[in-house]
Design a protein around this ligand. Structure first.
Ligand SMILES: C[S@@+](CC[C@H](N)C(=O)[O-])C[C@H]1O[C@@H](n2cnc3c(N)ncnc32)[C@H](O)[C@@H]1O
Length: 438
């Protein structure tokens, strides 16, 4: 079997990049899948192994620890992804996992180590599996059981208490749903729902009227996606555009816009209005333009490479009717979809992120007209980047007041902000606050 058509070998190469070189899992996996000639079924298996192994990394290391001393990084990664299959993938027989691991060790060019891999895995299978209850310290136990660094367990517990923390951790263990948004400019919601319903198992969202949900299905390759009738957007983030109170002639600034998921949603509300979408990088602006083109909304959107914390210097004061600051954040609400986030050191400087978020809000705020609306959103569920930002922004900017957000689902509203934790509706974790310029 050649390298390019072995799903486990591909998974190992991606995991090596993520664990050894801090690559982003989604990018490394997409690149590897594109270059491979795997069947759709094998692609899905490789994807499952990559995300499963990353998601359960700390648990798998704990399982593996009694069986090895020191070994090469790729060998350890191969053992981790094999133990993932043994423990979590019921349909794959243990013997097949071992045989495949041995084959991959040989493929990686090391016959001697293939014997070692064989021995460790056979030993692991023979030995009774360790039980989490033997870890006496509760924080450590939760950390190993849910593969979450202890400082995050502590942060969750401090903010949400034990019971809700457990519910959040449990909910992060179950897979994300596919969440689609219907482009109601091009097609009626109900007819698109019926059409998708005839081909996939789909359902409606409990929180976003534009969302269609599905457990499985690769919607990015469908004609309806390519033709812009549907797009892929989490239910929680579909709540942002409706919160903006958009009028069809509004001039809107989307300050942190790429890849443009919310830009295109807001643009659907416009007739003669226009959105200026900013980001820091050309390749990211291209993603916004691609999205706008696919959804047939290019005439309503222009992109500019401008630092949002210097928007006022670039555009001047009182120019826009509305602004969205969908700020750079730790992304801790996306752990279910992007499990590598929980191990990344650069996303844990919550105070540093808060400073950036406040400086963007303050500067963008100056570009809004009197009575203009500014919405602040993040995909994180920690207070430093959410309620503390709202509080400090209002303290430091007396020309703004908070508009209290309401929703018929009271459990997603807290202190006038929308606050979705991942266990409530099995969405991404998400936060929305709303301000008006006096
Ligand atoms: C949370 S993402 C935005 C997601 C986007 N609103 C959507 O719905 O698809 C944050 C974006 O802000 C950009 N960004 C970070 N700092 C920025 C800054 N100072 N000015 C403008 N964009 C910035 C990042 O490159 C990233 O693309």
């Amino acid at each position: 079997m050649g390298k390019n058509n072995n799903p486990r070998d591909l998974a190992l190469n991606v995991i090596n990049q993520v664990f050894n070189e801090e690559a982003y899992a989604n990018i490394a996996l997409n690149d590897a899948l594109k270059q491979s000639n795997l069947t759709a079924l094998d692609k899905s298996m490789a994807t499952n192994i990559v995300y499963g192994t990353i998601s359960h990394k700390m648990t798998l290391e704990w399982y593996l620890k009694p069986f090895i001393k020191k070994t090469k990084k790729w060998v350890k990664n191969l053992l981790l992804l094999s133990i993932y299959q043994i423990v979590y993938m019921d349909k794959v027989p243990d013997n097949a996992v071992v045989d495949e691991a041995v084959k991959i060790a040989k493929l990686q060019g090391d016959k001697r180590l293939s014997g070692f891999v064989n021995g460790v895995l056979r030993n692991f299978i023979r030995t009774e599996r360790a039980d989490f209850s033997q870890i006496k310290n509760e924080t450590e136990r939760l950390s190993i059981q849910y593969s979450m660094p202890t400082f995050l367990i502590k942060k969750f517990t401090n903010q949400y208490g034990k019971e809700r923390t457990l519910a959040i951790l449990e909910s992060l263990e179950t897979p994300s749903k596919n969440s689609l948004r219907v482009n109601t400019n091009l097609v009626d919601f109900d007819s698109e729902f019926d059409k998708l319903d005839s081909r996939f198992t789909v359902g409606k969202s409990k929180i976003a009227s534009t969302a269609i949900l599905a457990d499985t299905g690769n919607f990015a390759v469908t004609d309806d996606f390519k033709n812009g009738l549907i797009t892929i957007q989490d239910e929680s983030s579909q709540l942002v555009a409706p919160a903006m109170e958009i009028s069809e002639n509004d001039k809107i600034l989307d300050a942190c816009a790429a890849p443009g998921g919310k830009t295109v949603h807001m643009a659907e509300y416009l007739k003669d209005g226009h959105i200026t979408a900013l980001d820091l990088y050309d390749h990211k602006l291209k993603l916004i333009n691609d999205n706008a083109e696919r959804l047939k909304l290019s005439d309503k959107i222009s992109t500019e490479k401008v630092d949002a914390s210097k928007a006022f210097e670039h555009f001047g004061g009182e120019v826009f009717d509305k602004a969205l600051v969908d700020a750079p954040c730790s992304g801790m609400g996306l752990i279910r979809r992007k499990p590598d986030i929980k191990y990344r050191k650069e996303t844990t400087d919550f105070q540093g992120l808060q400073e950036i978020q406040l400086s963007i809000l303050e500067n963008v705020g100056k570009t809004i007209k009197k009575n203009g609306i500014m919405v602040y959103s993040t995909c994180t569920i920690f207070d430093e980047e959410n309620f503390q930002v709202v509080e400090k922004f209002l303290e430091q900017n007396e020309d703004f007041e908070q508009i209290l957000i309401t929703n018929e689902k009271e459990d997603i509203v807290k202190d006038g902000c929308m606050m979705l934790t991942p266990e409530l509706y099995h969405t991404d974790g998400f936060f929305i606050a709303k301000f008006r310029k006096k």
